[in-house]
Structures are given as structure tokens and as C-alpha cells.
Design a protein around this ligand. Structure first.
Ligand code: AMP
Ligand code: MG
Length: 357
């Protein structure tokens, strides 16, 4: 897909060019830093010293740590309240770094698949491959595989290039909540837990990366995203979808990584349009509309139209921002439009169904 730059996003990011300090009594107060060469250098130095920080990518904002530093990575789990069974994605700058992260000798079949599919790098595609022993177990939740990706966001790439080491990062939100697509979202949710947020503007894609496992044959789509099932199939042939039967539960009886039924949820109850009859709506209901012909918006307290013509690139890039904004309106219910589950629509509906579960 070809994401367009988001325009008039429901929540515009704070303007670049100045840092927000919210008072100066305590220099540990959370700060949003504009994307300048000095701030990228500062961020890389922080990561090198074992700190965590939030940074922009084209998908969502990430909460990063040096992937080789187990203690630093453990801080990510603590900050997010993330269960230790949920592995992180390792972010790289260039292909030569790949050999430090994956095990090049473990699976010839996986590497052959990698060769066919890496044309989507840099971009919103995470590939699960055999793990290099240099990557600490905390990064992969003890799995012998690791998810890797090369982001295309210029700010993320500049940071990763300055770091030289790989950066492990999940989305920069509290566990199970909606992912942040602006620096302000990160500040709103993690402001008392992170000191440094690099501001790269609103995320262009707006949904978490596609996750594809190459250690299975046929490859398995673990999470749909902007690199669509159709994109993957056209390069790799048959692809399975969803958790493998043996993966549905971890040994502790917990759901397998990234496949939690309820995820991506705001505080306010959220339902898909049609799930509740309008006559049963509570007093204050917000609608997130995708436009199109069924865009009847009567009877809602607030309506946010994130696309006028069901343009799915636009829906994806603005969806989480609209959910964040509605969540701050003290509504009793959020109703969201739906779309066909094909192309990018599969990823949009995946997130919405989990948010509404
Ligand atoms: P987040 O960036 O917050 O969406 O979290 C990263 C997600 O990547 C996890 O929730 C998993 O869905 C996926 N992931 C990371 N590593 C692996 C792995 N080794 N095997 C399967 N899925 C993974
Ligand atoms: Mg996440």
C-alpha cells in the first residue's frame, strides 16, 4: 500500500521545533523532543546507557531499549505493565545488522523465504526468524525465534543508525491499550514513566506492523497489518493465518504472544456499529465514522469522520487518534464503523474486534 501523509488528523501532534517541559523544577519531567540531529544523538546516547525512550515509526510510536541489554529491556516490561510472555520486535537499520539478531545457520527454508519477502523492507513488516543467541531471552519472551523489522520512518532510521545496536521496542502504551500515533498520545499515557519522547509527527500508517512467521511452512500471518495478506501471498504463495493449533496457549495457560482476544482497548466501552441496536444506546455515545453511504450520524453526542469515502489508508492512519480523542470525552459508549476484511481492512477489523472484545 502507499500510505499518504495524514492530513487534519483528529489530533494533530504538537508542533515540531520546540520541546515541552511542563515546568522546570524537576529535570526528570517528561519531555517531548523535536526530531533534530542533536536530539537523535541524545536519544542514541540514552539508549546506549541502558535507558528507555519513546520514538516514532511509520506504524505507531515505540518504547525502545538496547536489544542486547537485558536489564534495559526489562524496564520496557515494567513501564508498560506488559506480561513477560509477550515478546518485543527488534528494530534494525541495515541488513548487515540482521546477522547479529537472527541465527543464519538455523533454517535454510526461513532464509529463502526472507529473501523473497524482504522487498517490503524498510516498512511495516515484522518477520519472525530463528533467534541469535546474542539476543537475551527477555526480548523474545523465552522463544527461540525473534521478530525483526526495518522501519521506514526517517526519524526511526536516523535513531537506529546513530545507535548501531538493535533496538527492541513494543508500542509505547500501557499493556493492552490503544497504541500511540502521536508523541502527545505517549505523553498522555506514559508521561510519568518516560523521560524522553522523540517527536516525529503523526504516524503515517497508524496500525502496528504486520507480523509474519517464516519459521513455519507455509509461513504464518500472526498479525495483519499494512503489508497485507494479499501482498504476502503474491510473493510467497500460500500463507496460514492466526495462531497455529499448538500455539493457542502458553505452558502457563496464557494466550500466545500478541493474540490476546482483548487488546488495543480504550477505557471507554467500544462496540462495532451494528453490535448494539441504536434504541439500546446509553445517553452519551460517540461515533467514529468511515464515511460512505451508511454514514447516518443522527443520535450521536459526538461524530468524528476519519474518512469521507471509506479510504482505508486514511482510516488506518487516523483510527487510533480518533479512539484516543473519544476516550477523553467522558462518553458512555464509542461506536465504530466497520469495513470489509480484505486488504488493509483485515488489519483494521482485527484491531477493532479486539478493542471491542
Ligand atoms: P507490539 O510492538 O507492542 O505490537 O508487540 C510486538 C508483537 O510482536 C507481539 O505482541 C507479538 O505479536 C509479535 N512478536 C514479537 N516477537 C515474536 C515472536 N518471536 N513470535 C511471534 N510473535 C512475535
Ligand atoms: Mg503493543
Amino acid at each position: 500500500m502507499h500510505p499518504h501523509p495524514p492530513s487534519n488528523s483528529p489530533e494533530s501532534p504538537p508542533p515540531c521545533g520546540r520541546a515541552f517541559s511542563f515546568g522546570s523544577i524537576d529535570d526528570r519531567l517528561p519531555m517531548i523532543y523535536p526530531l533534530t540531529p542533536e536530539n537523535i544523538k541524545k536519544a542514541a546516547a540514552l539508549l546506549a546507557s541502558g535507558e528507555t525512550l519513546a520514538f516514532p515509526t511509520e506504524t505507531v510510536y515505540g518504547l525502545g531499549a538496547n536489544a542486547f541489554n537485558a536489564e534495559a529491556v526489562a524496564k520496557i516490561f515494567e513501564i508498560k505493565g506488559r506480561p513477560s510472555f509477550n515478546p518485543l520486535i527488534v528494530h534494525l537499520y541495515c541488513e548487515t545488522q540482521l546477522q547479529e539478531v537472527i541465527d543464519l545457520n538455523a533454517s535454510v527454508a526461513a532464509l529463502e523465504l526472507l529473501d523473497k519477502i524482504k522487498i517490503f523492507w524498510p516498512g511495516p513488516l515484522s518477520l519472525v526468524l530463528p533467534k541469535n543467541p546474542r539476543i537475551p531471552a527477555v526480548v523474545t519472551a523465552g522463544l527461540d525465534t525473534v521478530a525483526v523489522r526495518f522501519p521506514s520512518h526517517p526519524g526511526a532510521r536516523a535513531l537506529l543508525e546513530a545507535c548501531k545496536f538493535p533496538v527492541a521496542a513494543p508500542s509505547a502504551n500501557l499493556s493492552n491499550r490503544v497504541s500511540p500515533t502521536t508523541a502527545q498520545h505517549v505523553l498522555d499515557e506514559l508521561g510519568d514513566r518516560v523521560d524522553f519522547i522523540l517527536d516525529g509527527g503523526a504516524c503515517q500508517v497508524g496500525l502496528e506492523s504486520t507480523v509474519l512467521s517464516l519459521v513455519e511452512s507455509p509461513p504464518r500471518l500472526l498479525r495483519p497489518g499494512a503489508i497485507t495478506l494479499e501482498d504476502l501471498t503474491s510473493h510467497l504463495g500460500k500463507i496460514e493465518s492466526g495462531p497455529a493449533p499448538h500455539q493457542q496457549h502458553t505452558p502457563q495457560g496464557l494466550p500466545s504472544p500478541g493474540m490476546l482476544k482483548r487488546h488495543y482497548a480504550p477505557r471507554t466501552k467500544i462496540v462495532l456499529r451494528g453490535q448494539i441496536e441504536p434504541k439500546d444506546y446509553p445517553p452519551k455515545v460517540g461515533l467514529i465514522s468511515f464515511g460512505g453511504t451508511s454514514a447516518d450520524s443522527n443520535g450521536f453526542t459526538i461524530v468524528t469522520t476519519i474518512s469521507h469515502h471509506q479510504d482505508l489508508d486514511e482510516v488506518a492512519s487516523k483510527l487510533f487518534g480518533a479512539i484516543h480523542a473519544m476516550d477523553n470525552q467522558n462518553l458512555d459508549l464509542i461506536v465504530v464503523d466497520t469495513c470489509a476484511e480484505k486488504g488493509l481492512g483485515l488489519a483494521i477489523m482485527d484491531r477493532l474486534k479486539r478493542a471491542a472484545a
